[in-house]
Structures are given as structure tokens and as C-alpha cells.
Ligand binder design. Sequence first.
Ligand code: GCW
Length: 721
Amino acid sequence: MTQKTSLLTLLLLLALCLSQPLQAEDGYRLWLRYDQVQEKTRLQQYRQLVSEVVVEGNSPTLAIVRKEIAMGLKGLLSQEVAVGQQASKAGTLLLGTPASSPLVASLQLSDQLKAIGTEGYLILTTQLQGRPATVIAANSDMGVLYGTFCFLRLLQSAEDITKLAINSTPKIQHRVLNHWDNLDRTVERGYAGFSLWDWHKLPGYIDQRYLDYARANASIGINGTVLTNVNANALVLTRDYLVKVKALADAFRPYGLKVYLTARFSAPIEIGGLKTADPLDPTVQSWWNEKSAEIYSLIPDFGGFLVKANSEGQPGPQNYGRNHADGANMLADAVAPQGGIVMWRAFVYDDKEPDDRAKQAYSGFKPLDGTFRKNVMVQVKNGAIDFQPREPFHPLFGAMPKTPIMMEFQITQEYLGQGTNLAYLAPMFRETLLADTHAKGKGSTVAKVIDGTLDNHTLTGIAGVANIGTDRNWTGHLFGQSNWYAFGRLAWNHQLHSEDIAAEWIKMTFNSNANVVIPVQNMMLTSREAVVNYMTPLGLHHIMGWSHHYGPGPWIKDKHRADWTSVYYHRADEQGIGFDRTKTGSNAIAQYYPPVQKLFGNPKTCPEEFLLWFHHVKWDYKVKSGKTLWNELCYRYSTGVDQVRQMQKTWAGLEQHLDDERFTHVASLLKIQEEEAKWWRDACLLYFQTFSKRPIPSDLEKPAQTLEHYMQLDPKFVPGI
Ligand code: GCW
């Protein structure tokens, strides 16, 4: 190479480097990006109002507060802001608790602080030593950290901070992620790589990711994490693993994140050498008591156990002729001395049981109301089948007033397009939370059941099955981050609106330019409905591919379990389609309170989105649009595809406002989503047409392939099994 060409190459390389953004926009930073505020007037306002910061007090959590606020302000304000620790000089931003900070104590906030509980916070515009100031105050250091994240969120969203009078308290006590992570690092129903927990290198190696994970959770108020899969492995309860769990718990603690484990019911046999796991056997009880004491000796604030028992092959108390309360209470007694809790899942059904799967959890659990220990919560999925794109609320909500009922949502998109589809789930979560059980008259919403206000419970909880893995952007699909975010925000305050949560997330994740916020918000808000349309419109459910649950499979039948086939659920025949769950059918409807029964029980009043969930409907039945059921089905499936195409268009229009990396990532996935939406539409319509024997309306796009083509597709190595 000549000198001249090498110089040229060097210059070229330099030019290339300069044209790259300074920080790769690979999604790693989530919603905590802290890039400089773009709105000039806001930036000025912030620089004026927050020129000095004081965080009084010392604790690992306050050290995080100090670091976070310094980092946040440095990025957002693009200038160094001094973060002092001494009370000598009042800052314009003061953070602390009355216990940690004499300055906060001097503000006489005790009445306001009394009202916000241990985890809540206040953010107030006030006067401090005769100067205007902003104060973030709480009763605990964690409250201060939550307040810090809230304050930074205001800045990230370019909100006015001149007259703040915020008080915020979580409505639900236990806000927990459930990781379905196996010890070999595979993740059941995980679409974002492998498990974050590197068991092999633990306890010695603390990956920076653990801290970043805990920080992200703290930023949205999540305060618990179940590290292991509900399809549990007893090994995690052995000493070798418990010291690893301890290392994680120690790393998470300053972020207010408690660790929980799944308890395999047969652990006393598998790792304890006992002959039985009968919960009424004293040797079994003492095994669990000792195991629990061992865990607490390592992890003094261990949260407790999550259990899946006697369901889908998991062992449980019924193996010994005992009931779920016997099993839950044994574990509850074991963790009670140290303040632990048990989250006992109601996702229990059996293919040997001839009754409608949708009825089995209610039938099994309702009679046990009032028999659980005080530190047990029964964890109920949002719907009675299994995290389908749309399900009516689970009849157990409102049915067990003497038992704290915990919500289980699925954040990972097992049934909503897995790793490739954009589906913003806040509207789905909200739909269930707002549903009215009528348990104590009108207005007895599911939200009031789980936040404890309906039946006066103080023990309350909500869980989300995590969508997080080792992928650089944490969730595989960038928009998966919005579901982690929305879950946390709703767990803290279920009254937040989906559109507001979306707007917050967009502003923090991209920017607060209205040309970005509004179109992306629109995309997000239609996305879940789009998925319902192209997968399971009008109340259809459980018609996905076998085992991996990827893609359509309405033809699945003749498997070893009928309740895992599709024909069990859609019941299509020459007359019509849908599962009759009224009196003439399985009568699952009787599990709801009378006003709900009445509403769902009549096809005329049943919300159309649940029509085929509760009714077997004739192909020529006239739906609200005036179309026949068959034509409506065809239009809905097609609408779903059109909605994805609209999302693609919207996204394409944003190119100039977004960084290349994330723009291309989402654009490519939307293309895949369009293909998959067409696949669902065509496969389902062709299959159901073999029963309806009616044409697909001529103004709709024709299926691209034959039914036989779709039926022989057999994708291999689908992630998440
Ligand atoms: O959604 C189904 C999944 C299983 C899962 C089960 C459950 C962990 O297909 O993979 O097992 O539910 O919730 O227990």
C-alpha cells in the first residue's frame, strides 16, 4: 500500500467513525437512556431548577440513588451536576428520608409521609432554607429510589417540573416477575436468548447484567423475582445452588428486589432422601422447615416459594390424596417464621378429568376458600385457559373472598407472536383488571380483587411471566421492552391508562418528538387487537401449533391429551363453530356471578369478542355488523393482516426521526409479522372453510397457498420449548 492510499483509508475510517452515533442504539439501555433533553425551554428550566443536588445519608440504596441521579442529570442536562452528601448546603434538589436526612426531617412532612407507606414517595416543589427547591422524600431508602426514577422520568418526558406535588404509593404489595428459567439456562417460552442467570459462574462472578436488570426493575417498581421455572427442578434447593441464589439476592437487595424460588413438591424425595413428599407427614414437614431455615440463614429477606402442583405432570399434594391447601399450608408454615410467603398457582387442570378445562381451576379451588394460611396467595392466570390473545377474566377472581388472590399475567408472548410480533400488552392487562366480577355488586373489578380493597386483604400480589433473556436488547423484540415496562407500571398503579404508559415508554425509549410519539403510540395501541384478529378473532382460542405454540394449528387433533388439541376448543362442524359453555354445553358460565352469566350467556348480549368462547354459533348467524358469522370471521382475519400492514407503513414513515439500528430492527420484524399474520389468516380460513363450505368474500385477498401446504409445515427448533 502506498503512503497516499493508507492515508486515504485512514481518513475514510475516521469519517465513518464520526458518522456513527456515539452510543450504539442496540436497545441495551432500555427506557433509561438519559440522552440530552431536546426541548430548549425545558432544558433551560431543568438546568436552572436542578443545579445542585443533596442526598443525605448512607446506605447501599442511597448510594444507588446518588449514582442514578448524577448519571441521569449529567445525560439529560448535558452538564455535570454536583451531588453532595452533606447537609451543610441545601441543594435545589433534595432527596432522602426523615431518618437519613436532617434536612428532609426539617420539612415537617410527617402527615404526608404517613399516607404513602413504606415504598411510596413524595416529589414536591417547596422552599428550603428560603430558596425554591424540589424534594424527593420517602419513608424508606427504596421509596427515595422509586421517587428518583419517577423524577428522572419526568425529565426524560420533557414534563414541566416547576410545580410538583406528587405522591405515589403502590396499590399492590408484591410486584413480581416470574422467570420460567431452567438451570441449564434454557427459558421455557422465552424468546430473548438464554437465561440471565449464569449458574455455572455463580456465586463467584456477578455479571453487570444482574445489576442492570435489578436497576431496570427498580425503575418501574418491581420488587420481587422468582428466579426459576414453575416446572421446577429440585436442585435449586440444594446447598450448591442456594449459595448461588444468595449471590444474586445480595446483588439485587439494594434495588429493593427480593428473590423467590419455585419449590418442586417432590424435593424431599429427590434431594432429601425421604420416601414421601406427603404434606401431612411430619418428616416431610420438618424437611421443609429445615430447608427453609437453611435458605433464610443465607438470604435473610428471602421472599418465599412459588408452586405449580398437580398440573401438567408436576408433582403435588394430590399424589398423596391431600388437597392444594394442605400442600400450600405446609410450605407456608415453613417460611412463616421469617416472614416468607407462598404463591400457590391455580393453573391446575387434568386431562383425566372429563370436565371442560376452563372450569377445573374454579372447581378445584373455590371449595378451599378460607382454608389457606395467612401467608398464602393463590396465583390465578388472567383467564381460565392459558394466556390466549384474548380471554374473558378468570371466574376465580371474586370467587374466593377469604383468600388473597394474586394475578398472573404473561409478559412473554407465548401465544401472541413470540419473538417476532409487535404486540403491546397493556390494553390486554387493563382489560382484565377493569373487568367487573360483580362479586359484591357492580364495580367489583378484578383490580379491586387483587389490590385487596374488595375483600380487605393486606397481602396482595401480581406476577408477570418475564420476557427477558440474554439478547442484547433484553427482550428480543425491542417492543417487548414496552411490555416489561407496562407490567411494572400497572403493578404499581393499575389505574394508569395504556396510552399514557405507551407515551411514557416511547418518550424514554425514542424521544419526545410528537411526530414520533403519536404514530408509535397508535401502532402500539392497535397491535394487540391486530394479533387477536389474525390469530383468534371472535373468542376463538387455543388453535396454535403443536407444543411449540408457534403459528396456526387449528387442525391439531388426536393427540395423547385432548385438552392440548385445537379441535377441543373450536369445535367447528358443518353447523357452526365455538365452544358452548352455556347450560346446553359445559355450563362454565355458571362459575360467574349472575349478572356476568346473564351477559355472557346470551349470544345477543355476549360481547362479540367472546362469542365463540361461550357459544357454538351457526355459520349464518347474523353478527352486529349485519354480516354472517362466516363472513365476519373472514373480515376479521383480513383486518388483522391489514392492521400489520398499517403498522409497517407507520413505522416506515418514522425513518428520519429514528436511529438506523432500531429502525431497521423493528422494520425487519414487522415484515416477518406480516408474513406470519398472512399465514395465520390463510391457514385458519382455509381450515374452517372445510366446515363452513362457504366462499371467502371476493373482495378479500385470496389465500396464498393450499390448506395442505399449511398443514404440512413443521417448523423445527422453535425457541422456548
Ligand atoms: O402456558 C403454558 C405453557 C407451559 C407453562 C404452563 C404453565 C411453565 O405452555 O410452558 O409451563 O402454561 O403456566 O405452567
